[in-house]
Each structure stands twice: as structure tokens, then as C-alpha cells.
Design a protein around this ligand. Structure first.
Ligand code: HEM
Length: 171
């Protein structure tokens, strides 16, 4: 082979030798991962970055227990809303009180919008409306402030509670 043809041929195969392995490994990586796997990987990376829930940030179940006491003491002392709780067994209600607070703090709970509608339906017949809902939010805010929950977390919790308004008021 002449030198004039050998050099370009050498350069061509040398370049191919560098490019081909990289290209092949990319093709086989992409081939090995289904779109679902790619999406799952992205979701996992996102979850790893995600902040702990408000529930975790304020101290989890222990914080909820403390909040339940203060919250219901306030609600039952408020003549504007306490009639809705008349005849409600507050002993049995303890689990539901926890559920209420866990729910608005973004902790684990099993309630759906439908449950919220069912759970409060009878109160609508008793006249439950926006103004009562506002009172409950006010007591929730005051409870969290008393527990020294940081303002930005109080804001988050109040917006979660606010998002249940239409379900609680059955509209
Ligand atoms: C911030 C919005 C609210 C949320 C997230 C919420 C959440 C809950 C939950 C999870 C339950 C238990 C449901 C069940 O399993 O039966 C419940 C029950 C109850 N809620 Fe609410 N609630 C809200 C607003 C209100 C308001 C505004 C009132 C009245 C002023 C109220 C009064 C009651 C009463 C009296 C019960 C007990 C019903 C019974 O057992 O007879 N709630 N609530």
C-alpha cells in the first residue's frame, strides 16, 4: 500500500475505533432501558431530592398528638362552632381528630374527598357554612402558632386545609 492511501485509511480506522465503542454503548444503554424504566429512574431521582412532608418536618405523630389537645380545647371553647360537636363522643373522636390533623399536615391518612363530604353532610343540615369553616382554620392556625410551628409551614398546612373546603361544605 502506498503511503498516500495508507495514512487516510489509517486515520479513518483509528477514528472509527474511537467513535464506534462510544456509539455502541449509548445505543445498547438506550436499548436496555424501557421508557417506563427511564421514567421510574427520573421519578426516583426526584423523590430523593423531595423535601420531607410538613408532617415529618414538625415532628410527626408526636406533634399531631400535642396539636390535637390544643386544637380541640380551642374549638370546644368557641361558642360559634362548638354546637356542631355536641353529642359527638370526643373519646372516640380522638382517632378522627388525629386523622384531621395528620391529613392537613400531609401525613399518612386514608381520607378521600368523598369521605370528607360524607363525614360532614349532617352538619350542613345543622347550618355549617363558610364562616364556621373560617373559624376552624383560625383555631388551626392559632394551635400551630402556639406549638411554634414556623410560619411557612403554617401557611402550607392552612392551604391544605383550605383545599378541603368544598368537600367539607358539600358543594
Ligand atoms: C379544615 C377542614 C376539615 C377537615 C380536613 C376535617 C376533617 C374531618 C375528618 C377526617 C373527620 C372524620 C370523618 C369520619 O371518619 O367520619 C371529621 C369529622 C367531623 N368534623 Fe371535620 N373537618 C374539617 C372541617 C370541619 C368543620 C368546619 C367542622 C364544624 C365546624 C367540622 C366538624 C366535624 C365534626 C362534628 C365531625 C364528627 C362527625 C361525627 O363523628 O359525627 N369539621 N372532620
Amino acid at each position: 500500500m502506498h503511503l498516500e492511501t495508507f495514512i487516510p485509511a489509517f486515520l479513518f480506522f483509528a477514528a472509527l475505533g474511537l467513535i464506534l465503542p462510544v456509539w455502541l454503548s449509548n445505543v445498547s444503554m438506550a436499548g436496555r432501558m424501557s421508557p417506563e424504566e427511564l421514567a421510574k429512574g427520573a421519578a426516583e431521582a426526584e423523590a430523593a431530592k423531595a423535601e420531607p412532608s410538613v408532617f415529618e418536618q414538625i415532628g410527626g405523630a408526636a406533634a399531631v398528638d400535642a396539636a390535637v389537645d390544643i386544637f380541640y380545647r380551642r374549638v370546644l371553647a368557641d361558642a360559634y362552632v362548638n354546637r356542631f360537636f355536641e353529642g359527638v363522643d370526643m373519646e372516640k373522636q380522638a382517632a378522627k381528630q388525629k386523622a384531621f390533623l395528620t391529613m392537613v399536615m400531609g401525613g399518612p391518612h386514608n381520607y378521600t374527598g368523598k369521605d370528607m363530604r360524607e363525614g360532614h353532610k349532617h352538619l350542613i343540615k345543622m347550618g355549617l357554612n363558610d364562616s364556621h369553616f373560617d373559624h376552624i382554620l383560625m383555631h388551626l392556625r392559632a394551635t400551630l402558632a402556639e406549638l411554634k410551628v414556623p410560619d411557612h409551614l403554617i401557611q402550607t398546612i392552612i392551604s391544605v386545609a383550605e383545599s378541603t373546603r368544598d368537600d367539607v361544605l358539600n358543594r
